[in-house]
Design a protein around this ligand. Structure first.
Ligand code: HEC
Length: 140
């Protein structure tokens, strides 16, 4: 090997090493960017946004009114915290009929032509998020 050939070989090896290194660091940047955005989601915000979405996706507004202030088919859902704790409200949403032994609920059911349907097809977490959201609603 001449001296010139040796230098060319050394440069080639260096070039390949640098290329490999830049590929590796690129990958690292991408995955840390993904972690960054996941960590930045505010958990309280997602609960709120999901609950509102779930409420409009699950026909609650049809009976409880567009602003949840009540309609001819269902009572207002503002100020629920006057009557409900979170756990009881979750149980109610899952099975409203089992609460008819509470006079207030029986009277409400009598008053409206439609019965409150049990919330089906939603996970416990989703129902819990809805309950949390509803308990924060207040009449102004
Ligand atoms: C078909 C009409 C209808 C739909 C749809 C409906 N509700 Fe109701 N809801 C009622 C009626 C009527 C009552 C009164 C009590 C009863 O029937 O058990 C009620 C009662 C309630 C109560 C208790 C109110 C109180 O004063 O304690 C809550 C909370 C509630 N509904 C939440 C929801 C949510 C959340 C949804 C959507 C997942 C929903 N409802 C969908 C008709 C409806």
């Amino acid at each position: 090997m001449t001296n010139a050939q040796k230098w060319v070989t050394v440069f080639l090896i260096l070039f390949v090493l640098l290329l490999a290194l830049s590929k590796l660091t690129n990958k690292d940047e991408k995955s840390s960017a993904a972690n960054y955005s996941e960590e930045n989601v505010n958990p309280n915000e997602t609960v709120q946004i999901n609950a509102e979405k779930l409420i409009s996706q699950n026909k609650c507004l049809t009976c409880h009114g567009r602003d949840l202030g009540g309609s001819g088919m269902g009572p207002s859902l503002t100020n629920l915290s006057d009557n409900w704790e979170k756990d009881a409200l979750i149980n109610y949403l899952k099975d409203p009929s089992s609460f008819l032994n509470i006079a207030r609920m029986a009277v409400l059911r009598e008053k409206y032509g439609s019965d409150m349907p049990a919330v089906k097809n939603l996970s416990n977490d989703e129902i819990s998020a809805i309950a949390e959201f509803l308990l924060k609603l207040k009449r102004d």
